[in-house]
Design a binder for this molecule. Structure first.
Ligand code: B12
Length: 355
């Protein structure tokens, strides 16, 4: 990675609160009508939004991935549109941010940042298509997924659970339930939240229910002959999205791997100690929030620096890696996959069963 990008990302990351505060002040000075339009909470919201822009911007620059920032801007545009804030307000906001960066960053760093911001303008000027449902007509388990989602949105998790257990009794594979029902429904819930059609509370309820129902399937999951391979699966520090990596770990468990699943938000030192103690062959690391990609890169650097861990393979995955398909190389991983099934196929090639 060129030093100039690293330095630019660092400058933005370290001064993010100051830059965000200056941007908010600047925007409110330029457009005093915002005070009446968005009320007293508007200023705090604006500050929060600019802080988000900066965290994604610095991460995209650090990862040399304009795609990551474009993906974020597309997401922000949809999110705001669903809350009656038009794209032009976001354009104004990003313009103010650009002005402030021009005043505060050394010229060579400003040029780097401006390139990423200009990419965002192109994105915002293009017509934004409303994100489509994640449960398409073509899905082989569409009816089951639709019914399951409906039960959860009606607050009926017992019925949702029964639907799943009956499907398993009728020989639907756990792998299909995971990818075609749980994953699609979780993505759909995220979409409905983003479009302001369900509340945060509903999203939390559905997620908790799905985790509870996943546990009901463990008699099936932990019932395979062992293949002698071992892995540690975890989210990086700060990241709370644990279902994706849990699913990946469960697919490996069903294939005969011994899995040591750490869940959400695990600090680097604990991960390092665990992979040493467990003598793992493979480390699976997940991040969903783009601003946690640097924590993955730091973790991989620490593993690679440890002579005791020279043999270990590292796979990464999660939302930012799906949005920017080359990102896994930048963070120094051995491989990446977009879902649990592919992850297993790739890992089995990376680490064959010992003769
Ligand atoms: C549930 C949820 C939460 C829950 C998580 C609870 C939990 N116990 O897991 C909570 C409430 C904590 C949460 C919080 C937030 N969330 Co959230 N969340 C979601 C939601 C709806 C579902 C996530 C999920 O379960 N997905 C299902 C799994 C199965 O899919 P997956 O994670 O992609 O995993 C698959 C693959 O990616 C891959 N994979 C994943 N990891 C790995 C690892 C390896 C090694 C490999 C090989 C593969 C792999 O395989 C998996 C299985 O096939 C998503 C929507 C979405 N599209 O994902 C939003 C979403 C990710 N969240 C979002 C946001 C904004 C947030 C918050 C910032 C909200 C806020 N304002 O507080 C916080 C950030 C918290 C944090 N610090 O991490 C946004 C992110 C948008 C963006 N552009 O970055 C999303 C996309 C919602 C949306 N549509 O707007 N969230």
């Amino acid at each position: 990675m060129p030093a100039i990008k690293k330095r630019t990302a660092e400058l933005i990351y370290k001064n993010e609160l100051e830059i965000a505060t200056a941007t908010t002040e600047f925007q409110y000075r330029q457009f005093p009508e915002l005070e009446t339009k968005y009320g007293p909470k508007g200023r705090a919201k604006c500050l929060q939004d600019v802080r988000y822009h900066l965290s994604y911007l610095s991460e995209a620059i650090l990862s040399s991935s304009p795609l990551l920032f474009k993906d974020y801007i597309g997401w922000a545009q949809q999110m705001l549109a669903a809350r009656n804030i038009p794209a032009k307000d976001l354009i104004v906001n990003i313009n103010c941010l650009k002005e402030v960066l021009a005043q505060r960053l050394p010229i060579e760093n400003y040029i780097v940042a401006a390139k990423y911001l200009n990419g965002a303008f192109t994105q915002l000027e293009a017509h934004s298509e409303e994100i489509q449902t994640f449960i398409p007509e073509s899905s082989p388990y569409k009816r089951l997924a639709d019914n399951y989602l409906r039960c959860l949105l009606e607050g009926n998790r017992n019925k949702a659970c029964r639907l799943i257990l009956e499907a398993v009794e009728n020989n639907v594979k756990v792998q299909d339930i995971y990818l075609q029902v749980f994953q699609m429904v979780q993505y759909e819930i995220g979409r409905l939240w983003q479009l302001n059609q369900i509340s945060v509370a509903q999203e939390h309820y559905c997620t908790a229910a799905t985790q509870m129902i996943m546990s009901q399937l463990y008699t099936v999951i932990f019932d395979t002959e062992r293949n002698g391979k071992k892995l540690v699966a975890t989210c990086v520090a700060g990241d709370l999205h644990e279902i994706g990596i849990r699913m990946v770990a469960d697919f490996f468990e069903m294939d005969g791997w011994d899995t040591y699943y750490l869940g959400a938000n695990t600090p680097i030192d604990s991960i390092l100690k665990t992979i040493r103690d467990e003598k793992a062959d493979l480390l699976l690391v997940s991040a969903t929030m783009t601003y946690h990609v640097r924590a993955i890169a730091d973790l991989i650097t620490a593993v690679r620096a440890d002579a005791q861990l020279a043999h270990i393979k590292i796979m990464v995955g999660g939302y930012p890696f799906n949005a920017a398909p080359e990102l896994w190389k930048t963070v120094g991983a051995d491989a990446c996959s977009t879902n649990a099934l592919q992850a297993l196929e790739v890992a089995n090639k990376l680490i064959p069963i010992a003769a």
